[in-house]
Design a binder for this molecule. Structure first.
Ligand code: MN
Length: 285
């Protein structure tokens, strides 16, 4: 088993080392991570500048089992998590069996997965057909990565039974606490907004600028069965993801709202003499 490991907290993040230690038990690991903190960049790609990657030495945090079968190769990338994933899968890593993103410091819950660099980077693996796991720990202050690393080991053990041609994209959130204190494991759906933004203004006139902070907790009473609910109640949440913002159920409503639009816009244009096409101007008249 060979794994590609990415993250959004950067190549020096302790959660990345913990994940590498767990994954190394199962085989080789290629670590390709941003050279600096990139949390909150979502699925952004660097398309208008070249992206540098340099091979670096990398020390894992050994797993509890103390076994390390695989070898580690690591690259630091001047780019986003999605850059790392694309670079890895198209150039640097060679064939892999699994892609893991994390272990992130701080939970990634509900609609907030849209701004998460942990999930945003992982998307590039999922769309290429790789089994993909994004994993986060629910604390940014002194997070405990050991329990999440143990869960990663357990998940990999189960993946052997998963058909190669079946898609898999899991968003996993683990409470920052010893496993014997965790209340249980929930298989969940995404909740709504988890954190909202506040904007602070500073300076005046041309010096005016704004700070955007994601500091307003939104999920005060999350619905049962959501990842936000599980997290709030000290459960591990495992949320299957797919890609799909499409909302086909609403097509009838939108058809109703916009009925006659085609006639108004397209048919009237076609018959408008002011807008006659060059072709019609050439018609002998
Ligand atoms: Mn992060």
């Amino acid at each position: 088993m060979k794994t590609l490991l990415i993250n959004d907290d950067g190549i020096h993040a302790p959660g990345l080392r913990a994940a590498a230690g767990a994954l190394q038990e199962a085989g080789d690991v290629v670590v390709i991570a941003p050279d600096r903190e990139q949390s909150g960049v979502g699925g952004a790609l660097t398309l208008r500048n070249p992206v540098r990657a340099r091979e670096v030495s990398f020390d894992t945090v050994p797993s509890g089992n103390g076994t390390s079968a695989g070898k580690i190769t690591a690259y630091a990338v001047e780019g986003t998590p999605a850059d790392c994933c694309v670079l890895a899968l198209e150039k640097l890593a060679g064939p892999v069996d699994l892609v893991v993103s994390g272990i992130n410091s701080g939970s990634n819950l509900g609609w907030d997965v849209m701004v998460s660099g942990t999930v945003g980077g992982a998307v590039q693996a999922f769309v290429r057909g790789y089994p993909t796991i994004a994993i986060s720990v629910g604390s940014i202050r002194d997070p405990m990565f050991g329990p999440a690393a143990s869960l990663l080991t357990a998940l990999i053990g189960r993946l052997k039974d998963w058909p190669r041609d079946r898609q898999l994209f899991l968003n996993v959130n683990v409470p920052s606490m010893a496993l014997d204190r965790v209340k249980g494991i929930e298989f969940t759906r995404l909740g709504g907004r988890s954190y909202g933004e506040s904007v602070r203004e500073e300076g005046i006139g041309a010096q005016k600028r704004y700070w955007i902070n994601r500091d307003r907790p939104m999920a005060q009473n999350p619905e049962t069965g959501t990842d936000t609910w599980a997290s709030k109640n000290e459960h591990i949440s495992i949320t299957p993801l797919h890609i799909g913002l499409g909302n086909p159920d609403q097509i009838p409503q939108i058809k109703d709202l916009l009925s006659g639009l085609s006639a108004d816009l397209l048919d009237s244009q076609a018959s408008s003499p002011a807008d006659a096409s060059p072709g019609s101007l050439l018609d002998p008249g």
